[in-house]
Design a protein around this ligand. Sequence first.
Ligand code: GCV
Length: 663
Amino acid sequence: MTKKRILISMLVLLLAGWSSAATGDEDGSRLWLRLDPAATTATITGVKGTAMTELQTYWQGGPIVLKRQKGMPQDGYTIKSQGGKTVIAASGDAGLLYGAYHLLRLQQTGQPCDALDISEQPAYDLRILNHWDNPNGTVERGFAGKSIFLNPDPARMQMYGRANASIGINGTVLNNVNAKPEALSTESLLKAKGIADQLRPYGIRVYLSINFASPMRLGGLKTADPMEADVVKWWRDKVDEIYKLIPDFGGFLVKANSEGEPGPQDFGRTHADGANMLAGVLRPHKGIVMWRAFVYNPQSSDRANQACEEFMPFDGKFADNVIIQIKNGPVDFQPREPYSPLFTAMKQTAMMVEFQITQEYLGAANHLVYLAPMWREFFSFVKPSSLRAMAGVANIGDNVNWCGHHFAQANWYAFGRLAWNPSLTSGQIAEEWLAQTFFAPNDNTPQACKTQILDVMLASHEACVSYMMPLGLHHIFAGNHHYGPEPWYKPAGVRADWTPPYYHKADATGLGFDRTLKGSANVRQYPDELCRLYNDINTCPENVLTWFHHVPWDHKMKSGRIFWDELCHKYDDGVHQARHFLAVWDALQPYVDGQRFGEVQRKLRIQARDAEWWRDACLLYFQTFSKRPIPQDMEHPVHNLDEMMQFRIRISNYENPACGYTK
Ligand code: GCV
């Protein structure tokens, strides 16, 4: 080839590459299921149903047999290569579907599919999404548009069903735990029936959140006292009505006597009275009650103590179809919390963990924060086998890309995978997700780039903790919207436990909430060994230090620095990491389609700026107490405290993917 021809062909290649990046735009609507229909339909025989349809559409390999096999665990399956065929066996349709998606995942991630001997069964029978969707279509703490259930679009419902089934999610609570009584009106139930009918083929049952005062507010009764016969009758009739419409209805999720929601205590009854009454009317239909332990009142001296204080007296007193749904931490989905001690304190009660997939306290849909490491951290304290089920507060809305940030899809994905198998590592899940979502098996993305973006995902939670709330700090968010920092927020008339100073307790001596035996004694709710560990400032893990201790500014840290200097460095490290994430992503430009590349890049820029905002606001504010200089060997704030205190973020800004904070 002449030099000229070589140059021309190089130019052609370059242009081809350029135009494929420009024309191959993707909007993220296919999530991790970026399967193209197979060119020729494979031979799929055996049990007909959704598993068969999915395989007929997307499987590009040899013949498959779908087989029913008695005696297999619920939702479990085997996949075996036998005599030139692949045999998927399960006791029911759901197991076959999960087996089919397993196989498709192998195909999509470029794994060998010819000598398979796989046997799977889920850790939990109930793997449930909680949608905090309101009847008017808004989504509480949702950052990806309006509710997908407002006007359920059949194509969208089908994709929602496929996506969930592909990761093993088998239940969905359709409405907000701050439930309106109208959630049980006949009109709403008919709508729920429509959704249930669309999701049934994907093995997904629907559940509803209920308002405990519904018998009064919807039914016109004088009371909602769970011991009153006419109240019980109202619930029984309502439940019968539901099951006539939705024969496989899952049950109720209840937020009672919490944040102003009604509950049995309003009628002089207990959580157990309320939960057991509902359990009684659901039992004939095999329905369950998920009763939330998220309770706290403004009078208490330590909000972290309250779930144990309110629920321990009822350990062993709940009906067997009641599951107590407990947030992973004792306060409220903070970037880092120790596990909720209720999980190890209750011994005779069925429990489930509630994780928050939506990033209420983790940068909304603007920050790339991969949550599997945080959830895995929880499981390093709470044995998966001590739980009955897993719930996740969904991050899904009607945005084209479902979650508002392409990488937020990874959290939906990781929740499902962990609910199936909580011992999968964060790395395994992230790698699997990246391979399906961004990189085809035979694409030309250099391995180094793939490894770097995987590392970004794995480091992202810890980075976010560093630039928001390192060393055990918590709840120092701006009032109400929970996006940016406002450690100084303490307006008159707002209850103390809704203001940051209640949690950080900064003063001239130090920073942090004394939860030791000399303080609120929260440590006592943990098993002895952990109680001792947390109680002593010298043994308490530093990543929860100010959670449990009021730490003197000069306290010597493991690094050799004093606490104040360590705090400064942590914040600064977080900022540098956020900038590094952007640099890693920028290097991926040639290998990611233009639309998704640009959208993620825009978000990462917001994240890097927000990280600076967090660092400067928190350090400058805490410095007014510590009276110590910012260490010389780190970057110094680029804002002023006054300036920081003027920042006002409009809610629409952080719900709008394109914007970060503004003045
Ligand atoms: C659904 C926090 C959130 C509320 C949420 C509540 C809960 O307080 O800020 O939006 O309400 O938790 O989990 O019930």
